[in-house]
Structures are given as structure tokens and as C-alpha cells.
Design a protein around this ligand. Sequence first.
Ligand code: FES
Ligand code: FE2
Length: 460
Amino acid sequence: MERGSTIMARDGATPEDSRRGWSADDIRKLVDVETGTLDPRVYCDESLYQIELEQVFGRSWLFLAHRSQIPKAGDYFTTYMGEDPVIVSRQKDGSVVAFLNQCRHRGMRLARLDHGNTKFFTCSYHGWSYDSSGKLVNVPMEKNGYCSKLVKADWGAVRVPRVEEYKGLIFGCWDAEVPSLDESLGDAKFYMDAMFDRSDAGTEIWGGVHKWVIPCNWKFASEQFCSDMYHAPLSHMSAILAVMPAGVPPEAVQWPTEGLQWRSESAGHGTGFHTADDQGQLLAAIVGPAVAEYLMASRPRVAERLGATRTHAVNGAHMTIFPTCSFLPGINTLRVWHPRGPNEIEVWALAVVDADAPQAVKDQWGQGITRSFSPGGMFEQDDGENWIEVQRVLRGTKSRRQPFNLQMGIGNEQSDARFPGKLSYVFSEAAARGFYTRWARMMAGESHAELAAAHQPEVR
Ligand code: FES
Ligand SMILES: [Fe+2]
């Protein structure tokens, strides 16, 4: 057997082989940004899901871990890229590698813990042992059982070929040919920095990872964080009224109407935010008064670093880095929507705090995120209920034949000198159209060079 031939055979599948009967044209027709319609089979078709694992999850930058989760040599964190389990591991030289969490002998999961520190990963089935970079270093009975003929160098764990970091966020991609993470994020970095680059110290993760299962397709969650401020004034209003200070009459609570939405030219990322300066009242109610006070007090130094626009305007935001990394700048929940079949996701949610904030602020922030956006979070329930119910409705045969409406804001993009890229009114579905266009183009097997070309421009 040639070195690496197993890997080449598996990765050598052509886009045509993996489309499972769907032609590229049929896939493209599922999303029509001209008329603003979406075929609901994108959420519930098993064969489309299997294509997604290859074409979207096999070729996109996927969030793996925050650097603060693996600060020391030998630290590792186990996660998933699509449905593939991976180990993310800090090396002696400070670099990070990622490899499939699967023993090359008979496929057993190598690391069984969520995280830890180790020099070796020893398979619990027959004992093959790998170093922290995934190299196979020890095989029981090697001399007698394999007559010393086993070429260990051929049987290392399967490496994720590309691992790169942006402002503490470590991403990996199975496709060696993907453009750099920096290039793939593009203008998204401008908006991400409002949460991840508030000081030289950057951010860190508070506490562990909340993990829970929701019976819905991953795109409901990811698209909502990308493009949907529209649901917030209605779906979340009861939770907002519940966290308001005593004495605030319900009629005094009005959702802001000013704001902008941004979408990538072609990468599928999106964010939306209100531009009116609320002086932190809503943040105080959701995550806690000490956090809001800290954020207000830190504005002058953050403004020096990022400029006044991002300091004052990009808060209370939602954002998705295509396909499955989402966060809420200000509130500071960060999550990955791990797909588990067309009808289920595993949500992994982390609390992000400023690394140089006082400990009491970090603690209130982490607790506030847990109270609002976590498996038991007040606001999380509103979102999960919507996604689950839509998915349940799609069990019907008639219900999955009716196109969904994706028309909000069509032809109404605008430019704003304060912000880079393609902008719309905050209540828009422009970023959703960008998200699904990216999805359809990847699903149709477009190359990275083809994908880099801008989508159909939407102009005012
Ligand atoms: S499956 Fe891992 S050593 Fe056999
Ligand atoms: Fe929501």
C-alpha cells in the first residue's frame, strides 16, 4: 500500500459522485434570490444532508476551539467538524494541530474525554498510541504480532490539513486548497472585532461548554444568527419584559427600529445590529449591571482601538460565520451548531469574556450568559421552540412543498461610509439570501475560485 493511499481514495470522490442524484442545477434551484424563495427540502432531505457533509462541512472553515481552552503544551479539546470527531491539540512549539479522533487500527474513538492534557492518546480498544500531533508511536505486540513489518509512519491519525486562528478563534478546514481563514472572513473581521478585539488581552472562555440537543436542522439556527433581527421584537419580548427592572411599565419597552444588516459578498457570513446607543440598559437587564457598567466604562479605550462607530453601534448584534459559528456581540454567547442528521443539532455554547476584565465582571458575565442563552436560558427557549416547531411542521408532505418566503429587503441594499461591505436595513433577509446562496453554490460543487466571485449584487 502506498503511503496515504487510504486518504486519497476517500478524498478523491468527485462532486458528481457525492451529489446522490441531485444535479448541480437542481440544487441551485432550491434557492431563488431573484424571487426570494427557498425550497424547504433544504431543511429535511436526507440526501441533501449527506451532500452537505461533503460539500459544505468538508470544504468550509469550521470553528474548533478558543485558544484559551488549550493554553499549554499538551492541552487538547475534542470537538466535531460536521459529524467527524476531531482532537484539537496544543504542541510544544505553541502551534495547534487537529486530527480525526479516530484510531487508524479499527476506528475506535481515540480521546474519550471532552478536554485534558496528555503526551499520548492511547486507544482504549487494543492500545495503539499516538503522540499529541497524531503520530502513531506505539503498537502493542508490534514485534511478535506484526513481525515488526507495520509501517507506523503510514498509520498516523488523519490530520486536518488547515488550522488557522483569528483573534483567539481557532478554525480548521478539511480542504487543503481553501483560501486562508483571514481571506475567507474578509469584511466579517471588522464586525467580529467589536467582540473579540476590545483590547490587547483579547478574550477568554468563562466556564465550560454547554451542550444540548435540539430536534431541528442546523440552518435554522445558523441563518437566524446570520440575518434575523426580525424575530427578536416578537419572539423575545416576553423574556425582555421579565428581565426589566421593577416599575418599568410594559408599554415603555419598545424595540429599537434603527440599525443595519451586513452580508458577505460571497462567503455567506452575516450580522445585524442596532445603531441607536442604548447606554447599556438592555445589556444590564440581560447579563447584569456590573457587566453593563464595565462595558460603558471601557468605551473610551475601545473607541481608541476600534473607532467610535463600532464601540457605540455594533452592540446588541447577531452574527454568523458561515456555516455554523454564531455569536452575539455584547451578550457574548458563542456557539457552534453541530449537525446531527437533517433533523437534529447539538448546540455547543461558550461564554466569551474580556480576558482583562475584573474577575467579578467575568463571573457576572458568564452567569448572565448562562441565564439568558444556554440550555436553560430564558431567551434560548424562545429560539429553540421556533426552530423545533418549524421542523415538526416539515414532517408533512404538503408542508415541505410550499416555498418559504425570503423576500425581506430585496433590492434595498445600501451603502454606509461608516461600515464596509453590503448593507441593508437591520430588518432584512439580505444576509439570509447570501447565506443560502453560498450554501447552494458549495452544494453544487463550485470550486473555491468560483465561490470567491461575488453573488448577484442587490442594489437599491
Ligand atoms: S481500534 Fe484502536 S487499537 Fe484497535
Ligand atoms: Fe433569538
